[in-house]
Design a binder for this molecule. Structure first.
Ligand code: BGC
Length: 258
C-alpha cells in the first residue's frame, strides 16, 4: 500500500517549465489541483537563445529541482509533434529543431513540449477563469510576443498564431506586445487603446464568448480595462503569470498518462 501511495504521489507531481524570450521559469506542480509546489525558479534566457544554449539552461533548471521525472515544457513557437516550426522571439536556428528530443537528450528525462500560450490556456481552462465554460474562448498571453490559445467547448485548437495577425499594417505583436509598450514607453491607456484594436479584430474574426488575458499584463488589467470596448468580456487569467508553468505540467502529465 505504501508503494502504491508513493507511485500515485509521483504521478501527481510534474515539473512545469515556461521557456520565454527573457526567462526560463519552472516549478513543481500538483497536476490534480493545479497548485505550485514549493518555490518557482527562474533563469535568464541565454542570448543568443540557440537550441543548445536553451537546452542547457533547462538542464540547470531540472538540476535545481533535483527532478528525476518527466518534464512539461511550454515553448514560444508553433510546436508540431515536438518540432518547432517558427521562431519570432527566439533564435532562428530553432526552426525545424525537434525540441522534445533535444530536451530529452540533454536532461536525460522525458520532455513533452507544446506552445507556451496553449500551455497557459490548458491551465486556465482546467483550473482558472475558463473552468467549466462552454463556447469559444480565446486566451491571449502578452509578453515579449503575443501568443493565443483558442478553445471551443473546452477543446484546444493548438498552435493558433493570432499574435501574427496584421493590424494597422503591422504584425500585431509588433504593435501591442508588452515589449512594444516598454520600448515605446506607452502609458497603459495608450497601450490599452492599441490592445483594444487587436481584440476588436479577433472578435470580428472569431466571435468569441470570452477573452482571457495571461502574461505579465494580466496583473495590470485595471490600468487599461476602461479602453476595452469588445462585446466579449476581457478577464485576467486566474493564474496570472504562472498559467504557462501549470499548463506545461498538465500537458506533461497527460502525455505520461498521469
Ligand atoms: C510566437 C508564438 C508564441 C508567442 C508568445 C509569438 O511570437 O510566434 O508561438 O506563443 O510569441 O510567446
Amino acid at each position: 500500500i505504501e508503494h502504491r501511495h508513493n507511485k500515485r504521489k509521483i504521478l501527481m507531481q510534474m515539473l512545469g517549465v515556461d521557456i520565454g524570450g527573457s526567462g526560463i521559469k519552472g516549478c513543481l506542480v500538483d497536476t490534480e489541483t493545479g497548485e505550485l509546489i514549493g518555490e518557482r525558479h527562474r533563469i535568464a534566457t541565454p542570448q543568443p537563445a540557440t537550441p543548445a544554449a536553451v537546452a542547457h539552461t533547462l538542464k540547470a533548471l531540472v538540476e535545481h529541482f533535483q527532478w528525476k521525472g518527466p518534464v512539461g515544457c511550454g515553448f514560444p513557437a508553433t510546436i508540431h509533434n515536438g518540432i518547432a516550426k517558427n521562431a519570432s522571439n527566439i533564435d532562428k536556428s530553432w526552426i525545424e529543431t525537434d525540441a522534445a528530443h533535444l530536451f530529452a537528450d540533454v536532461t536525460g528525462l522525458p520532455c513533452h513540449v507544446l506552445n507556451d500560450a496553449d500551455a497557459a490556456g490548458l491551465a486556465e481552462m482546467r483550473f482558472g477563469t475558463g473552468q467549466d465554460r462552454q463556447g469559444v474562448i480565446i486566451l491571449i498571453t502578452v509578453g515579449t510576443g503575443i501568443g493565443t490559445a483558442v478553445f471551443v467547448n473546452g477543446q484546444l485548437l493548438p498552435n493558433t498564431e493570432l499574435g501574427h495577425l496584421m493590424l494597422e499594417g503591422m504584425v500585431a505583436e509588433h504593435y501591442c506586445s508588452d515589449a512594444v509598450r516598454k520600448r515605446e514607453d506607452l502609458s497603459w491607456g495608450r497601450w490599452g487603446k492599441r490592445f483594444n484594436k487587436y481584440l476588436a479584430r479577433l472578435e470580428f474574426l472569431f466571435s468569441p464568448d470570452l477573452f482571457i488575458l495571461g502574461g505579465g499584463s494580466a496583473a495590470k488589467l485595471d490600468k487599461f480595462i476602461d479602453k476595452i470596448e469588445t462585446r466579449a468580456p476581457l478577464v485576467a487569467a486566474a493564474n496570472l503569470n504562472q498559467a504557462g508553468i501549470i499548463g506545461a505540467a498538465l500537458y506533461g502529465a497527460a502525455r505520461q498518462g498521469g
